[in-house]
Design a protein around this ligand. Structure first.
Ligand code: NPW
Ligand code: ADP
Length: 499
C-alpha cells in the first residue's frame, strides 16, 4: 500500500532525493516536466492546438517554463507562455528555466495586467501559477488571475495541483483555478480524495518523478492508498480438498416487508464472495423470494420466539440491510450486541444505534460499521466538511477499537490503529440503491472465510469498487445485482495476477 505523505513530508522527500541521488533540483524539475508532458500528449493529441502556459514565480512556474520548452520540442507549434510575475521573488530553478526558454527562442509575455490573458485564443490552458507552495489564501493579482483562468472556460490542465488548492486540510470556500485535469507529481494529493475537491478539479492523474521510494515508505503517515498489489497479497486462493465448511458460515440479519431486496442483495454478494454457507435471518414473508431467487442460501425466519442461542453457529454476523426501525428489531440488535461478538453493522442497524448510543457503547471491538455520510452524521453528529468527518471516524475507530468504513466515491477505511486506508476503486455508475447492501454481503463473507477484520475491510471495499469499475467499462449504470454476480470474476482476475 502506498504511504500517502503530507505536502511538508513531500518537500522532505524532494530534498532527500536531491541529496541521495546526487541530482540537482533543476534536473528533478526537468524530470517532472517531462513526466507531465508524457501525459499531456495523451490528453492533447493535436500538435497545432492553441495552448497558453501560465507560469507563476516559484517552482510550479519553473515547471511551466520547462513544459513550454518540451512541448515546443515535441512539435506543439501554437504555444504562448505568460509570466505571472506579480511577485519580485522568483525561484532559482524558475530563473534557470526562463533563461533556457529564451535560449530556445521561445517568446514570453509578462502578464503585467491580468486581463492580457483574456485576449489569448488558447483552447487549452496549462495552470503553472502556484502549486504545492501555496501557503496563504489567494488575494490580489493571483486571485484575479485564477478567477480569469476559470472564467475563460477553456480546458485547464493544472501542473501538480490547481492554483489555490491545498494538498491537505479543509477545503472550504475554494476560490482557485477550476481545472479539468491535474497532473500531480509522485503521489495523489490527499485532498483529491475528498468530495470537496470537485470545486477545483474534475479528475487527476499521477506521474512518477522518481523521488526516493524507500524514504517515502519510511515516513510515518496514517494515510494509505490501497493498491492492486495489496489486494493480491491479501487474497487467499481456495485450497485443494477444501469443502463448504472451510469457508465459513455467514449470517445476514436483514430485510423487511418493503425492503426484502436488501436482504437478497447482501446474501447474493455473500454467496458470490465465497462464504461456504450463507444464511439470511429475515421475516417469514421473505422466504418465498429468498428460496426462489437464491436457492443456495438458507433462511432463519425472524419470528418473535427466535432464540439468541442460534447465532453461535455462525462465523460472521451482519445486521442492518433493509432491517427496518421497528422495536422488535431494536431489541434484536441489543441482544446481538449483548453477545459481545464482532459484527458488521450497516443501514438501519446504524440508524438504530444512532438513537441508542447506550448499545453503541457496548459494541464489541473488531466490529465493522459501514455508514454513508448521512448514517455517519446521525451516529456521531453533524460535520461541516469531509475533512472533519474523516477525523471523527478515525478517532471513533481508535477509541472503540472498531473499523469504520466511511463510504463515498473514495471510501475511507478507518482502522483501530489510526491508519486510514483510502480506496481508489469505484465510480459514479455505482451510485444506485442496494450497492451498500452488496458491500455488507462481501464483508461478511470475507470475515466468515477467516480474513482479519482490517484485511476484510480493505479487501472488501476494494473488490466492491473494482467490480463496479469492470462493469462500468461497458455500461453507464451498474446495478447492485449485476455487481454481486460479477464478484467471482474480479476474484479470479486478482488470483490470476498472483500466479
Ligand atoms: N517533489 C516535488 O513535489 C516537486 C515539485 N516541483 C514543483 O514545485 C512546486 C512547488 O514549488 P514552490 O515550493 O516553489 O511553490 P509554488 O507553488 O511555485 O509557489 C511559489 C511561491 O508563491 C508564494 N505563495 C504561496 N501562496 C501564495 C499566495 N496565495 N499568493 C501569492 N503568493 C503565494 C510562496 O512564496 P512566499 O510568498 O511564501 O515567499 C511560494 O513559495 C510543485 O507544485 C511542483 O510544481 C517540481 O518542480 C519538482 C519536484
Ligand atoms: N460515485 C460513486 N463512486 C464509487 N462508489 C460509489 C459511488 N456512489 C456509491 N458508491 C458506493 O456504493 C455504496 C453505496 O452504499 P449505500 O449508500 O449504503 O447504498 P444502499 O443503502 O443503497 O445499499 C458504497 O459502498 C459507495 O462507496
Amino acid at each position: 500500500m502506498k504511504n500517502l505523505l503530507s505536502a511538508a513530508q513531500m518537500r522532505e522527500a524532494d530534498a532527500y532525493t536531491i541529496k541521495q541521488q546526487a541530482i540537482p533540483s533543476i534536473d528533478l524539475m526537468e524530470r517532472a516536466a517531462k513526466a507531465f508532458v508524457q501525459v499531456f500528449m495523451q490528453e492533447v493529441t493535436e500538435k497545432d492546438t492553441s495552448i497558453a502556459i501560465v507560469c507563476g514565480p516559484g517552482n510550479n512556474g519553473g515547471d511551466g517554463l520547462a513544459i513550454a520548452r518540451l512541448l515546443a520540442h515535441e512539435g506543439y507549434s501554437n504555444c504562448e507562455v505568460f509570466l505571472a510575475s506579480f511577485s519580485a521573488k522568483q525561484s532559482d530553478d524558475y530563473l534557470i528555466n526562463l533563461a533556457r526558454l529564451k535560449e530556445a527562442k521561445i517568446a514570453v509575455t509578462p502578464l503585467d495586467e491580468v486581463a492580457r490573458l483574456r485576449k489569448s485564443e488558447a483552447t487549452v490552458i496549462v495552470d503553472a501559477i502556484l502549486g504545492s507552495g501555496l501557503n496563504k489564501p489567494l488575494t490580489g493579482d493571483f486571485l484575479a488571475l485564477a478567477t480569469l483562468v476559470s472564467e475563460l472556460n477553456r480546458k485547464v490542465i493544472a501542473v501538480d495541483v490547481p492554483t489555490g488548492f491545498y494538498a491537505e486540510g479543509q477545503l472550504s470556500h475554494y476560490n482557485g483555478v477550476k481545472a479539468e485535469l491535474a497532473i500531480a507529481f509522485q503521489q495523489p494529493k490527499l485532498n483529491f480524495f475528498f468530495p470537496e475537491s470537485v470545486q477545483a478539479l474534475a479528475r487527476f492523474k499521477v506521474v512518477d518523478i522518481g523521488l526516493d521510494q524507500d524514504f517515502i515508505a519510511s515516513q510515518s503517515s496514517r494515510w494509505k492508498l490501497t493498491e492492486p498489489a495489496d489486494v493480491a497479497r491479501l487474497l487467499v486462493p481456495r485450497k485443494n480438498f477444501s469443502h463448504k465448511g472451510t469457508y465459513g458460515h455467514a449470517l445476514l440479519i436483514a430485510g423487511n416487508e418493503t425492503t426484502m431486496g436488501a436482504a437478497l442483495l447482501a446474501a447474493r454478494a455473500s454467496l458470490h464472495t465465497g462464504a461456504g454457507l450463507t444464511t439470511v435471518c429475515l421475516p417469514q414473508s421473505g422466504l418465498i423470494a429468498l428460496n426462489t431467487a437464491l436457492p443456495e442460501v438458507m433462511a432463519l425466519p425472524r419470528t418473535v420466539d427466535l432464540s439468541i442461542d442460534v447465532f453461535d453457529q455462525f462465523n460472521a454476523i451482519a445486521i442492518g440491510p433493509g432491517l427496518g426501525m421497528e422495536t422488535e428489531n431494536e431489541r434484536l440488535l441489543e441482544q446481538i450486541i449483548g453477545l459481545k461478538r464482532p459484527l458488521v453493522i450497516d443501514a438501519d442497524a446504524l440508524n438504530l444505534l444512532a438513537k441508542r448510543q447506550d448499545i453503541l457503547a457496548e459494541l464489541a471491538p473488531g466490529s465493522i460499521l459501514t455508514p454513508h455520510l448521512k448514517e455517519f452524521d446521525r451516529l456521531f453528529g453533524p460535520h461541516e466538511n469531509w475533512w472533519s468527518r474523516v477525523a471523527t471516524a478515525s478517532e471513533e475507530a481508535q477509541q472503540r477499537k472498531i473499523v469504520i468504513v466511511l463510504k463515498n466515491q473514495y471510501t475511507f477505511v478507518c482502522l483501530p490503529d489510526g491508519e486510514i486506508h483510502i480506496n481508489p476503486t469505484g465510480n459514479p455508475a455505482m451510485a444506485s440503491g442496494g450497492m451498500g447492501d452488496v458491500l455488507t454481503g462481501i464483508l461478511t463473507a470475507l470475515l466468515a472465510q477467516g480474513y482479519t477484520v482490517a484485511d476484510a475491510a480493505v479487501l472488501g471495499v476494494y473488490l466492491h469498487g473494482a467490480t463496479g469499475d469492470e462493469l462500468a467499462k461497458k455500461r453507464a449504470v451498474v446495478s447492485a445485482s449485476q455487481l454481486a454476480l460479477q464478484i467471482p470474476k474480479t476474484l479470479q482476475k486478482i488470483l490470476k495476477e498472483i500466479k
